[in-house]
Design a protein around this ligand. Structure first.
Ligand code: NAD
Length: 335
């Protein structure tokens, strides 16, 4: 039976990298069918809103979406569509793999293979208690961490380790200073860890983690952390392995999951056919894992690596002169 996926082609380079990705998925024979819906600028032009109800309904129905980047118009009244999607579907786990690939402009062309699991619904980014005094001299913000929120994200990280044969989970925190919030997260992480005795658990303070990541990234396997630390660390990890063109991400909840590239709609190169499709392709590989096709996910990742190794049709950001579709065809020929 074919699995139906909601597809959002998005803005800027979105349609180009989505065409490329669907071409490779076709070559994989993953048995998917697609329901295309709109979001972002395209949706605003066609339907008068950035995130139409039909789009939300489609994601709810199918439970899985593959999404290209969306442009959030600059100006009053437009909040991020990505944040809106996260809230609407309670997508609590932001899962961002960072893996070394050959022939990229990375400081670590080998040795890095880690996943950051970031809590997506609590902590410093929820905007609760944001205030600034009338004289503009004092600003405040409330951070809320809950046992429930901490438990489900740490459990997610350990279950992911189990499912993918990974060996170690590192809880990243600042419990020495943020004794209540980060302290609760760490306490819950320790408790959950006892239920996964076969997986090594360790804890690391966030500032030390940043230094360790830059000096010895190979020591990490899965990192689990709260919202703000996860945001920073996952971008740091993307930088370790060659930047935005190779960084995928998944936003996962109980009833829905959305897979995407980490980068934006790249208006500076939109329409030129030179965008690197790898980040969205790697997002598609995460999606294949999620829907129970790990072998196809692995075939896809191996084909990407082989194409990079051969320097076949690489796009300009990787030092080549290839096109988005040319690169995709080179990958498709290796799946
Ligand atoms: P961006 O990621 O779009 O671009 C940053 C730089 O990286 C640009 O020079 C761009 O050309 C390059 N780049 C990005 N992706 C690339 C690719 N696949 N291949 C080659 N080069 C690539 O960031 P930005 O310019 O700050 O944002 C542009 C728009 O994207 C904004 O409207 C922003 O809101 C939106 N955005 C959306 C998402 C999302 O939907 N997930 C994420 C980030 C930004």
């Amino acid at each position: 039976m074919t699995k139906k996926i909601t597809v959002i082609r998005g803005d800027g380079i979105g349609p180009e990298i989505m065409d490329a990705t669907l071409h490779v998925l076709e070559a994989l024979g993953a048995g998917l069918s697609y329901e295309e819906v709109d979001a972002g600028l395209v949706a605003l032009e066609k339907h008068g809103e950035l995130l139409p109800q039909a789009t939300l309904d489609s994601i709810r129905r199918n439970g899985v979406a593959l999404k290209s980047p969306l442009t959030t118009p600059v100006g009053e009244g437009f909040s991020s569509i990505n944040v809106a999607l996260r809230r609407h579907f309670d997508l609590y786990a932001n899962v961002r793999p960072a893996k070394s690939f050959p022939n990229t402009r990375s400081r670590f062309p080998s040795g890095v293979d880690l996943i950051t699991v970031r809590e997506n619904t609590e902590g410093a980014y929820i905007g609760e208690g944001q205030a600034i005094s009338e004289d503009g001299e004092v600003a405040t913000l409330t951070q809320k961490i809950t046992r429930k929120g901490s438990e489900r994200i740490v459990r997610y990280a350990f279950d992911l380790a189990r499912a993918t044969g990974r060996k170690k989970v590192t809880a990243v925190h600042k419990a020495n200073i943020l004794k209540t919030t980060s302290g609760l997260f760490l306490k819950v992480a320790r408790e959950v860890a006892t239920q996964y005795p076969e997986i090594e658990f360790n804890e690391m303070i966030v500032d030390n983690t940043c230094m360790q990541l830059v000096m010895r990234p190979e020591q990490f396997d899965i990192i689990v952390t709260t919202n703000l630390f996860g945001d920073i660390i996952s971008d740091l990890c993307a930088g370790l392995v060659g930047g935005l063109g190779l960084a995928p991400g998944a936003n996962i909840g109980k009833d829905a999951a959305i897979f995407e590239a980490v980068h934006g709609s790249a208006p500076d190169i939109a329409g030129k056919g030179i965008a690197n499709p790898c980040a969205l392709l790697l997002g598609a590989a995460q999606m294949l894992d999620h829907i129970g096709q790990p072998q196809n996910a692995e075939r896809l990742r191996k084909a990407i690596i082989a194409t990079l190794e051969a320097r076949d049709s690489l796009t300009p950001d990787l030092g080549g002169t290839g096109t988005t579709m040319g690169f995709a065809k080179a990958i498709a020929s290796r799946v």
